[in-house]
Design a protein. Structure first.
Length: 314
């Protein structure tokens, strides 16, 4: 029996603990279970975050075991090796795929029927690994995908055009990584096409700025890791946003990593695509009318991920 008010975070490093902290502040769930390979770590994080409850929302935050998550509605997996300076997300694939397989084995053992949200990197690859290993219906296995990349895109556009980021509508698709693409053909500010709005803000041609913004988004993680060693605040809020859409059944549209079954001519892999999210997980993958150039970039991104998946399966 699923408890829609219960969630679990597996992996209590910077990202996992930040997600737990964000969920506590939002009051999204009434019960949160923390699991880590190091028991003292999960205990310490549960204690530390719980001490902030008098300033937030009533909930139980407990260190636990896999038996404690059998009825969790959402299981957020962040466990894995960290991305080091100069290392790409795809460099992590072999060691983190082994970790993912061991976690999924435990989740299956306790017959958990909740939705799996994969946050560990490389997220698109590991979402595919989790889907294959779990045998769950594809709507129940989603990755955090390019939700954070999309937030970065909106923020940088808003900074360049001096407009509220909440009025910017744009998204990143494809791999959460080096081959991702900005879908400029759909980008707008309050319904006004991005280039037209830029002209209203004094730009005669916004093309160079768009290219600059894209590269800044793509390289954000590298820049942050070089400066402070890890990224966690942004992804903490992004994961909480996805969890909120699930528990509140809000049917939010977010670019999560989902299994494709013919959409965009792609099949047999997980890729970050705008998807409607509700309490059943990935309700509908949206097949958007991309430009020809964007279709080619998405296809190239898929080809790169497939090549990596073949290496894992060997």
């Amino acid at each position: 029996m699923i408890n829609i008010q219960k969630a679990a975070v597996i992996g209590c490093g910077f990202v996992g603990s930040t997600i737990a902290y964000t969920l506590m502040q939002k009051g999204t769930f009434s019960e949160l279970v923390l699991i880590d390979a190091v028991q003292a770590k999960e205990e310490g994080e549960a204690m530390d975050i719980s001490h902030g409850l008098p300033f937030a929302h009533a909930m139980d935050i407990i260190p636990g075991s896999y038996e404690d998550i059998a009825d969790a509605a959402v299981v957020i997996i962040t466990a894995g090796a960290n991305q080091k300076p100069g290392e790409t997300r795809l460099d992590l694939v072999q060691k983190n795929s082994r970790i993912m397989k061991s976690i999924i084995s435990e989740i299956k053992r306790v017959n958990c029927e909740g939705i799996l949200m994969i946050v560990s990197n490389p997220v698109d690859i590991l979402t595919q690994v989790a889907l294959k290993e779990s045998g769950f219906p594809k709507e129940r296995v989603i990755g955090s995908g390019t939700v954070l990349d999309t937030a970065r895109l909106k923020y940088l556009i808003s900074e360049k055009l001096d407009v509220d980021s909440r009025n910017v509508h744009a998204f990143i698709a494809g791999e959460h990584g080096d081959s991702e693409l900005a879908v400029w053909s759909c980008a707008n500010v309050y319904g006004i096409g991005i280039k037209e709005f830029a002209r209203m803000r004094g730009f005669s041609d916004f093309s160079d700025e768009m290219d600059e913004i894209y590269h800044a988004v793509r390289d954000s993680a590298y820049e942050i890791i070089e400066r402070k060693g890890a990224t966690y605040y942004g992804i903490g809020m992004a994961a909480a946003r996805i969890a909120e859409a699930i528990v509140r059944d809000s049917h939010a549209v977010v670019p999560v990593s989902v299994s494709l079954s013919g959409e965009y001519g792609l099949d047999g892999l997980c890729l970050s695509i705008p998807t409607i999210i509700g309490n059943k997980g990935a309700e509908q993958v949206l097949e958007i009318n991309l430009s020809d150039e964007e279709k080619e970039k998405l296809k190239k991104s898929a080809e790169e991920l497939k090549a990596v998946l073949e290496q894992i399966e060997e």
